[in-house]
Design a protein around this ligand. Structure first.
Ligand code: HAM
Length: 435
């Protein structure tokens, strides 16, 4: 090897981990499609100006974290640090607003931020997100929150808290901004270094500093919630009432301000107590002015994005490893047996079964051990005598039952219900073995 490694902050997703990714995407997609969300894909790089205008020049993302480069035509391009700006650009560019009604979109893919890598924080990471464009109704806020809740619950993730806040509208925030600066300025020297810098540029972000002393100072700061106009208050009240009606618990966190400038009114995060510093698995909120800021018509909107690596860390921690979806492991030895095995495996695959064929040619014992480890409920064994008789040994690994059937007959058996029974048996075994 030449000593080449994946770039710092990136990671390979090896086959063992793929099941988590597939489970996550399949489950999320089912839940979203039931609520009439449609998938959209946008490019991985966009014009730099899109993010500068969309996310805000004063944010950390635009200020320090973007992967920006000039292409050979001297255009300034940036690897997308998030998905919302690109989706809004596509919404405007393709006139999706002209289709009338509300656009409910979802997306998934890699995002790029030049952050300091640590567990749960990468420079290339993946998000799954939704954007609902064209509704300012509080029911839209609650619909997206409820969908995130259902996806996270469906993954069996317990121990998550929904943090909720309203960051109001622009005029609420500009009054608040000044009050916050007035309160924080006497403490300037006590704030952490980042917060000192933010005091003039982006004081609201000081509220979610991780520094203990800054947090202590921020606790007693004026609250944005006290600066909301009657309309903003009413919107927030509706969101809370609908969440209560759906039985979705939340904690009001007046210090929750998100790291992107486009938010208005509802802001929320799902946080985990099991992830240490990088606790937010899903973040989002309303962004009623972004479409106009990027050149489109006035369009209220709301959305969220989940960090898939963080969700997978949680799934791994609770060791809810998704089981393999392999149906059969095929073991064969000897020229004729191997040829017959090759053909039988193909026939089964054509009938929709998932079959892994052992290619090692090693002793039966070794092949059978691999069959046990494969997680497949069924094992098909063809040795010399089976090959001569054109039969196959069909072994249900968990139950330990074994029968001989002709290779032709195997294809006519109701293998699906046998597989279901074998999987049920294996699940019962593993739960009764649990301490
Ligand atoms: P965000 O809070 O910047 O929001 O990112 C959403 C989620 O992406 C975070 O909660 C976290 O789980 C994950 N994430 C962010 N940065 C990293 C990283 N460096 N490594 C691993 N995971 C990370 C947005 O991106 C908004 N576009 C969400 C949104 C959609 N708001 C409205 N619509």
């Amino acid at each position: 090897m030449t000593g080449l490694q994946a770039p710092r902050g990136t990671r390979d997703i090896l086959p063992e981990e793929q099941m988590y990714w597939q489970t996550l995407e399949t489950q999320a997609c089912q839940i979203l499609e039931r609520a009439a969300y449609r998938q959209i894909c946008t490019p991985i790089f966009e014009q730099t100006a899109l993010f500068e205008r969309g996310i805000g020049e004063a944010t950390d993302i635009v200020g320090k974290e973007m992967y920006t480069f000039s292409d050979r035509g001297q255009r300034s391009l940036t690897l997308r640090p998030e998905g919302t700006a690109g989706v809004v650009r596509a919404y405007i560019e393709h006139g999706l607003h002209q289709q009338g009604g509300v656009q409910r979109l979802w997306y998934t893919g890699p995002m790029f931020r030049y952050e300091r890598p640590q567990s749960g924080r990468y420079r290339q990471f993946h998000q799954l997100g939704v954007e609902v464009l064209g509704s300012g109704d509080a029911r839209a806020d609650v619909e997206v929150i409820a969908l995130a809740f259902d996806i996270l619950k469906g993954l069996g993730l317990a121990d998550l808290t929904l943090m909720l806040n309203s960051v109001g509208d622009r005029s609420d925030r500009s009054d608040y901004r000044q009050a916050l600066i007035d309160y924080l300025t006497p403490y300037r020297q006590d704030l952490d270094k980042d917060s000192q810098e933010r005091l003039d540029r982006n004081p609201l972000r000081i509220l979610d500093s991780k520094d203990a002393r800054t947090q202590e100072i921020a606790q007693a700061a004026p609250k944005l919630l006290d600066f909301l106009s009657p309309d903003s208050q009413e919107h927030f009240q509706r969101v809370k009432t609908y969440l209560d009606q759906l039985g979705i618990a939340y904690t009001i966190n007046p210090c929750l301000v998100r790291g992107l400038d486009y938010y208005t009114h509802t802001a929320f995060e799902f946080q985990s107590r099991s992830l240490g510093a990088e606790a937010t698995v899903c973040g989002g909120g309303r962004y009623d002015h972004l479409v106009t800021e990027l050149g489109g018509p006035e369009t209220p909107a709301i959305g969220w994005a989940m960090g898939l690596e963080r969700l997978i860390l949680l799934l791994q921690q609770q060791s809810s490893s998704p089981t393999t979806n392999l149906d059969f492991y095929l073991v064969s030895r000897g020229e004729t047996a191997e040829q017959q095995g090759l053909i039988l495996a193909q026939h089964l695959r054509h009938r929709g079964f998932r079959v892994e064929m052992d290619l090692s040619g090693s002793a039966f014992g070794k092949q059978l051990k691999r069959a046990d480890r494969s997680g497949a409920p069924g094992c098909l064994i063809i040795g010399e005598s089976e090959a001569a008789a054109a039969t196959v040994q069909l072994k249900w690994l968990a139950q330990g039952q074994q029968t001989v059937v002709s290779q032709g007959e195997l294809l006519t058996l109701d293998l699906r219900s046998h597989l279901d029974q074998a999987r049920e048996f294996a699940t019962e075994q593993s739960t009764s073995d649990a301490p």
